[in-house]
Design a protein. Structure first.
Ligand code: CA
Length: 227
């Protein structure tokens, strides 16, 4: 049974979450403060954490940073904050995904299942050397991309972006993280670079670049590779 730690200070929401989690065969424990969350995350090692960012005693982002020092447990953020900046902070601190309040219980549970599946997936050390989709293959060791019999030529920047995305399948990678890793700290605000290079990658890889199937934009947030 998947054990979920629910970190939320709104008792009504906690009750609704617990009822729905139990109905879907999740086991749920609750923490109403950041301090309780950190204590229970360590003592009970849950399989996933649902985390409200607005807690009475500390910033939820600091909870994420503390947990990430020692654990890779999937963290799904429940955010009442609508600015994408807040969500990006949470993702950069190590959250796996987020839902914005008010959210549908079905969507939340689907994202929770996806996050726990990813955790069970192979880690970086034993990641596959070749990522295969119906339309192209990415050979991570040889640094080569093929579409059918054809080799796709990528610039070093295009390759770097693609490599980060395909090694995090199904995972939202924030704009900031991509800019930091590919261009460096001086360029962390230059989201127009990302738009240009993602458009180039789509022209080279997507069957219909205007309606991406593999390289998905999360507006204002980042990008996701859907295998
Ligand atoms: Ca709250």
């Amino acid at each position: 049974m998947t054990r979920v730690l629910v970190v939320e200070d709104d008792p009504q929401l906690v009750r609704a979450l617990k009822i729905n989690l139990h109905a879907r065969k999740f086991e749920a424990e609750e923490a109403g403060t950041g301090a309780d969350a950190l204590r229970l995350a360590a003592a009970r090692t849950p399989d996933a954490i649902l985390l409200d960012l607005g807690l009475p005693d500390m910033d939820g982002v600091d909870v994420i940073k503390s947990v990430r020092r020692w654990s890779k447990v999937p963290i799904l953020v429940l955010s009442a904050r609508h600015t994408s900046e807040e969500k990006v902070r949470a993702l950069d601190a190590g959250a796996d995904d987020y839902v914005t309040k008010p959210f549908s219980m079905d969507e939340l549970l689907a994202r929770l299942r996806a996050a726990t599946r990813r955790e069970a997936a192979p880690t970086r050390a034993d990641r596959p050397a070749v990522v295969t989709t119906e339309d192209f293959t990415v050979d991570l060791a040889a640094k080569k991309v093929r579409r059918g019999e054809r080799t796709v030529r990528l610039t070093p920047t295009e390759w770097h972006l693609l490599e980060i995305l395909v090694t995090h399948p199904g995972h939202l990678v924030s704009q900031r993280r991509l800019l930091l890793e590919v261009w460096g700290p001086t360029y962390s605000e230059n989201t127009n670079y990302l738009r240009v290079y993602m458009a180039q990658l789509r022209r080279k890889l997507e069957p219909d670049p205007s309606r991406p199937r593999y390289l998905i934009t999360e507006p204002g947030m980042g990008y996701r590779f859907e295998p």
